[in-house]
Design a protein around this ligand. Structure first.
Ligand code: ZN
Length: 453
């Protein structure tokens, strides 16, 4: 079966035919580096990692580009708030991001360009846009004139009024039309900037992706991915800039967008106090479990992160790893066809995961040692398409006992209370529970301390 992907541009599932079958080219909007990334940020990177793995299994060569936005007003604000040099802030938080991506089991992209290293390419594009009459300069700003590009809105399918009502459009004196968006803006004192024909300034966010994708993937390429929240205005603006610059029918052919993530049924926000970073989660949970939960819903559906989904994910992974435990793996194994079929049907990861469980059921039914080993090998190979089940099962079960500090401290407190009440049986029970989780308690003159076994 060929690969089918849902294209946001046409609102339908389409058979995917690459422009060059010897080099499938795809671009995913990367992270803006100024703090730890939250779990909502993790979803597209895990989803598109599965796409990357799938394409690599189906085609001889893939070029996957995911940028890093290291110049942005949020970065400038964070650096001022922290009293930290911009470069040190972006380097530090880029490292956090790479650690998070590793923890989630994502393969690195082939090219991970930094926006600040591509300002020259952005300036060239902006110049062409001005020359072609799609952009204009005003008060040190360069703006893209939305009216000059009649196809604007083809991805989000919103008309002019709907877009203006969306309130994401900022009115400013230097704009001819409120909808026009910034390609270049002036940088004041102590704000990073570059010399340009329009004065000392810095690029707008949207032009970054147009410039970097065309540099590494060409004026036309196969797939562009990102979260649904990027459809408008970011991706709409990318299309306008790139097609205005390179001509109609250029830029990405297939647009993929993942659904949004909520935490306990609510949109994540710092003010609601439900803002969870990947880093915080990984202190409590194995990276593979976080990955698994993110893949447990279809990527276009919303996904709620809650205790129940994490619990189910853990049980599911336990069953899968348990099937691999103690099995001698065969050298040769093929993917289980239903796993492949599910992934080829617009990355249906929940169906692919149930197909993995089907292999486990077959394995449990089998009484032949050799057949069990063959099925375990099929399981491991099939799961590799999803970036799952690649660690030693014993590691997984050891990792499972990871327990966070807050829980340990509250259990120590419970034990102390029990001891004060001379309820030594309960105190011992708490100690043994922690010991099972690999935590050793030591009672000293200054109270109880703990250490990992
Ligand atoms: Zn982008």
């Amino acid at each position: 079966m060929p690969l089918f992907l849902y294209n946001t541009l046409t609102r339908q599932k389409e058979a995917f035919i690459p422009l060059d079958e010897n080099n499938v080219r795809f671009y995913v909007c990367g992270v803006t580096v100024y703090d730890y990334a939250h779990i909502g940020n993790a979803r597209p990177y895990v989803v598109f990692d599965v796409l990357n793995r799938l394409l690599r299994n189906l085609f001889p060569h893939v070029t996957y580009v995911r940028n890093i936005t290291d110049i942005d007003d949020k970065i400038i604000k964070a650096s001022q708030d922290n009293g930290e040099e911009i470069h040190s802030l972006t380097q530090r938080t880029t490292c956090y991001f790479q650690e998070d991506m590793n923890a989630l089991g994502n393969l690195p992209p082939d090219i991970e360009p930094l926006a600040t290293e591509h300002v020259t390419e952005m300036k060239v594009m902006i110049r062409v846009l001005i020359e072609k009459g799609f952009a204009y300069e005003n008060e040190g700003h360069v703006l893209f004139s939305v009216k000059s590009f009649p196809e604007y809105g083809s991805l989000s399918r919103c008309n002019h009024e709907e877009r203006l009502a969306g309130a994401r459009v900022e009115v400013a004196p230097y704009k001819r039309d409120p909808e026009d968006f910034i390609l270049w803006k002036p940088s004041g004192e102590n704000i990073p900037g570059w010399e340009s024909p329009w004065g000392f300034g810095r690029p707008g966010w949207h032009i970054e992706c147009s410039a970097m994708s065309s540099k590494y993937l060409g004026e036309s390429f196969d797939i562009h991915g990102g979260g649904q929240d990027l459809i408008f205005p970011h991706h709409e603006n990318e299309i306008a800039q790139s097609q205005a610059c390179f001509g109609p029918q250029t830029f990405a052919r297939t647009w993929l967008h993942n659904g949004m993530l909520t935490v306990n049924g609510e949109k994540m926000s710092k003010s609601l106090g439900n803002f969870v970073t990947i880093h915080q989660l990984h202190e409590k949970l194995p990276g593979e479990l976080i990955r698994f939960v993110l893949l447990s819903s279809h990527y276009r559906q919303p996904l709620d992160w809650n205790e129940q989904t994490v619990f189910q994910g853990r049980q599911s992974l336990d069953r899968l790893y348990n099937a691999l435990r103690g099995q001698e793996l065969k050298e040769k194994a093929e993917i289980f066809e239903p796993v492949k079929t599910a992934l080829e049907d617009d990355l249906n990861t929940p169906l692919a995961i149930s197909a993995l469980h089907e292999i486990v059921s077959l394995l449990h039914k089998s009484s032949s040692k050799s057949e069990k080993e063959q099925l375990a090998s099929t399981l491991k190979v099939s799961a590799s398409w999803l970036g799952l089940l690649q660690q030693d099962p014993e590691n997984w079960f050891k990792g499972k006992t990871r327990i966070d500090e807050t829980t340990i401290l509250s259990l120590i407190e419970a034990r102390n209370r029990a001891r004060v009440q001379k309820n030594f049986a309960e105190a011992d029970q708490v100690r043994n529970e922690l010991l099972k989780a690999g935590i050793i308690l030591e009672d000293g003159p200054h109270g109880t301390s703990w250490r990992q076994q």
